[in-house]
Design a protein around this ligand. Structure first.
Ligand SMILES: *Cc1c(COP(=O)(O)O)cnc(C)c1O
Length: 371
């Protein structure tokens, strides 16, 4: 039986083995493992890629969010508005500042936050909004920024799934005040371990985050503020620099695969992803919806197809957040999405035959014979 994984990191390594090996060897030869020159050169490259002035490499996407919230002035007792339908790291970063994640429901088509719900949730304590560009699709940033301007809120993009995505011709990362990226291995730009970055056009945010990631340092043993050990390491930066040169080609490939799935699955009852006008979606995940999700997942897994559920439990009903006493039925769209979503195999090296096999099995599941 053939087996088709959800994500295949080995295929990508094989396609550029000598480049990656050389990038690793360079750092090993120099032994500049912490804040070596590759960190700075990657930061310059990635800032340019995101159309921003600054990039600060950090240890993970979670660290990027946490340090951005601190730099953005979020403190004990504050509130930060975000999505209940995202990876928990978005909310954890808020919680670790002593602030409360104030969730807003999502819109069913994109599964991004519904900006129409934001304004009624703003209180005196609200300090920031974290729009999450879920699955690689940018949020309605014009509307979100307008509300943030009106109430003096900091906008922190969670772009962990959206490297290179565009909104009205502008790159994700340049759309709010600060933006956070993850280089977790499976992300569209992935390291060989943990990694992350913050990008911004604001000098003071960049400077503060650069200090926070490195124990609040200005000089080796002079610590201006109380910081963290959350640096991007040189080996990861060197690998990321090499991989960044391929990112646009990988994105093009992801978009081609998505178009192919869209066309080939159009005869099935599945709800397919939509790309909003003005958006360039980068398909970190290709997520479809069906009320028969659990049966479909079992069926595909039995046939060697790797699928995922992003995400099965919305954040407001996670055991970790029981103490915050959210109401179970508060976010009906997020609850519905959690019951219906399934992520199909998606990675730049996915072959046409594999796509056909996935489509064939889905058609069989829905008992469609002539597709
Ligand atoms: C992956 C991810 C994060 C966390 O990134 P790490 O690098 O794993 O810490 C945060 N938010 C979203 C939406 C993510 O997908």
């Amino acid at each position: 039986m053939q087996s088709i994984p959800l994500v295949d990191l080995k295929a990508q390594y094989k396609s550029m083995k000598s480049e990656i090996d050389a990038a690793i060897q360079r750092v090993v030869d120099n032994t500049t493992f912490i804040l070596g020159e590759e960190v700075q050169s990657f930061e310059r490259m990635f800032a340019e890629y995101c159309q921003t002035k600054y990039c600060v490499g950090v240890a993970s996407g979670t660290a990027a969010l946490h340090l951005s919230l601190i730099a953005g002035g979020v403190r004990n007792g504050d509130e930060v508005i975000t999505s209940p339908f995202t990876f928990i790291a978005t909310a954890e970063a808020i919680t670790h500042c002593g602030a409360r994640p104030v969730f807003i429901d999502i819109e069913s088509k994109t599964m991004n936050i519904n900006h129409q719900n934001i304004e009624k949730l703003i209180t005196r304590r609200t300090k920031a909004i974290i729009p999450v560009h879920l699955f690689g699709q940018p949020c309605n940033m014009n509307e979100i920024n307008e509300i943030a301007d009106k109430y003096g809120l900091v906008v922190i993009e969670d772009a962990a799934q959206a490297h290179g995505a565009e909104y009205k011709g502008k790159r994700v990362g340049s759309l709010g005040d600060i933006a956070c990226f993850s280089f977790y291995p499976g992300k569209n730009l992935g390291a060989y371990g943990d990694g992350g970055a913050v990008v911004t056009n604001h000098d003071h945010f960049a400077q503060t985050i650069a200090k926070l990631r490195n124990h609040g340092r200005e000089e080796k043993y002079k610590h201006e503020i109380v910081g963290f050990g959350e640096r991007l390491d040189t080996l990861q930066a060197s690998i990321l620099e090499t991989k960044l040169l391929h990112l646009d080609a990988w994105t093009e490939s992801r978009r081609r695969i998505a178009r192919k799935y869209n066309k080939m699955l159009s005869h099935t009852p599945l709800d397919l992803p939509t790309e909003l006008p003005g958006n360039c979606h980068v398909y970190h995940l290709y997520v479809v919806r069906t009320a028969q999700r659990d049966d479909l997942v079992t069926y595909l897994e039995e046939r060697g197809i790797g699928v995922g559920i992003h995400y099965p439990i919305p954040l407001h009903v996670q055991p970790a957040y029981h103490y915050l006493k959210y109401r179970q039925q508060e976010f009906p769209q997020a609850v519905k999405a959690a019951a219906e979503v399934v992520s199909l195999p998606m990675f730049p090296e996915l072959k046409d035959e594999a796509i056909s096999f996935v489509v064939e099995q889905i058609s069989k599941f829905f008992k469609i014979n002539d597709y």
